[in-house]
Design a binder for this molecule. Structure first.
Ligand code: MG
Length: 501
């Protein structure tokens, strides 16, 4: 038995060869290599070994089993294993585009405390679970590409970075009912001020801003909610910087889209950088909680950067968009185009510069930045280059999430009201409405006292996107192609909040 386990582990973790693939996100040679190798191309050890989320409690045999592309087994929480709020979870590997499942997930309850003065990174992995401090709940979906290194690292550390940064505003959160609007002093540290109709008074602090003109500009009233949003935004940046820094000592392959939900003091903050998606279903109605960031949705930002810094395009790409590639023989002719400032199309005369490959090319899921990547926000990808060139993609990628806030306390939730978070593998072949209808139908037939009901609903949802294996690949009931991507789903019951916190 032990030798069987050993061989399972060695073939999974140690024996995998660097694996080149073209997945939906990354079309070019990214240098990411195999996700599971023990050492990267530079002989560096992995930052974290390949694995599935800890809460699945997989044995080495099950871990091996989870990688079988031919059968694509669905992994769910074990009966008896409970996530915060009774959260449901299911995942499945792709149909063969990469050797390992490049999605990752995390779900945990953490406690925010004032900074203790210890060196931050040394305490990052501690879960400070002694039950004191302000509780937060965290759910994360990380969709990796060109390797799973960045996704695994983000799934282990992003929640901790957010927790530690929240610690810095802990004193403002401890007494929320009496918390007045917050002002920022000259040095940027928040202080609490008494407020009357937005007019704030300076605290009795000799170091506080004394120049009246400057004070006029500095005394903007900042809500606690927007401070939390700022914490989340800066924690994403910190996570991205940490990946870059640790790449000098560890093999951290690829990059990842990051979707995180953080529940804190009656509010749910949903932060998204990439093309994963979250929706709330309340009274059978869909409330979208994310926008996707793709070459098409971020066209103007990308074009503007290419316009401002043409050197980033390496003399090979043009920031101007045309409906199709321009042929040499079309020089001097008129052609439709779109620049960074435009939503509509206009005509221009073709010049030599326009013959270069477009910065953004392709439509829908096939749209790419510099013919390489299909998502424009996420973490990692620091060494991703255009295939056989020295042009880096990273300057065009943003690690900053869009954060949306949902006020849990302002709404009453029934047992069938849920937050659904999924990687793009779930959503590629289905609509929000179909997902909502399927989940509502499933939950309404499911025993409300069954602790597995949300996991079973997640499994049902996942199967609807994966389909079943037929002679011509994975097929949905209507015979359309099922999703061949890695699929990850959380279903979070919003009424679980009332019973647990
Ligand atoms: Mg995906």
């Amino acid at each position: 038995m032990i030798s069987k386990v050993k061989s399972a582990m060695s073939s999974l973790v140690g024996g995998m060869m660097p694996h080149h693939h073209h997945n939906q996100h990354s079309g070019g040679g990214s240098g990411g290599g195999g996700a599971g190798q023990t050492h990267g191309a530079d002989g560096l050890p992995p930052r974290f070994p390949y694995g599935r989320p800890d809460f699945l409690e997989l044995t080495p045999e099950l871990l091996q089993y989870s990688t079988e592309h031919a059968s694509r087994p669905v992994l769910t929480l074990k009966r008896g294993c409970r996530l915060p709020w009774g959260t449901g979870y299911a995942e499945v590997i792709n149909a063969g585009k990469s050797m390992l499942n490049e999605d990752q997930a995390s779900c945990e309850k953490l406690f925010v405390k004032k900074p203790s003065g210890k060196h931050r990174n040394s305490t990052l992995l501690e879960d400070n679970g002694d039950g004191t401090g302000i509780p937060i709940h965290f759910w994360g979906v990380f969709d990796g590409h060109a390797g799973s290194g960045a996704a695994i690292m983000a799934s282990k550390l992003l929640s901790r970075l957010i927790r530690d940064r929240l610690g810095e505003i802990c004193h403002l959160m401890e007494n929320p009912d009496s918390a007045p609007p917050i002002c920022l002093t000259k040095n940027g540290s928040p202080y609490e001020a008494e407020s009357k109709k937005g007019v704030t008074q300076e605290p009795e602090d000799p170091d506080a801003v004394s120049d009246t003109t400057l004070r006029f500009h500095m005394e903007k009233v900042v809500s606690l909610e927007s401070l939390v949003m700022g914490v989340i935004e800066t924690a994403f940046k910190q996570m991205d910087d940490l990946i870059e820094k640790e790449k000098t000592s560890y093999a951290i392959s690829g990059g990842c889209c990051a979707l995180a939900a953080i529940q804190l003091m009656g509010k749910l903050y949903v932060a998204n950088a990439g093309d994963s998606r979250a929706i709330i279903i309340r009274n059978s109605e869909v409330i979208p909680m994310t926008n996707e960031f793709t070459p098409e949705s971020e066209r103007q930002r990308l074009q503007y950067l290419g316009f401002l810094r043409p050197e980033l395009l390496g003399n090979e790409f043009t920031h101007i968009e045309f409906p199709r590639r321009i042929q040499y023989g079309e020089l001097g002719k008129k052609m439709l185009y779109r620049d960074y400032s435009m939503t509509g199309w206009a005509y221009k005369t073709i010049v030599e510069e326009d013959l270069k490959f477009p910065l953004i090319y392709g439509e829908g899921k096939k749209a790419r930045v510099m013919a390489t990547i299909g998502v424009t926000r996420g973490l990692g990808d620091h060494d991703l280059k255009v295939y056989s060139s020295n042009i880096y993609i990273k300057p065009f990628l943003s690690c900053v999430p869009e954060v949306k806030v949902y006020n849990m306390d302002e709404n009453k939730h029934g047992p069938d009201d849920v937050l659904i978070m999924g990687s793009d593998g779930l959503w590629d072949v289905t609509t929000d409405k179909d997902v909502a209808d399927a989940v509502c139908a499933y939950l309404s037939c499911c025993d409300q006292s069954d602790p597995m009901r949300y996991t079973m609903a997640a499994q049902d949802l996942l199967m609807r996107s994966r389909g079943v294996l037929k002679e011509r690949g994975w097929r949905l009931p209507n015979d359309r192609l099922g999703s061949g991507d890695d699929i990850t789903v959380f279903i979070v019951p919003l009424a679980g909040y009332e019973s647990e916190t």
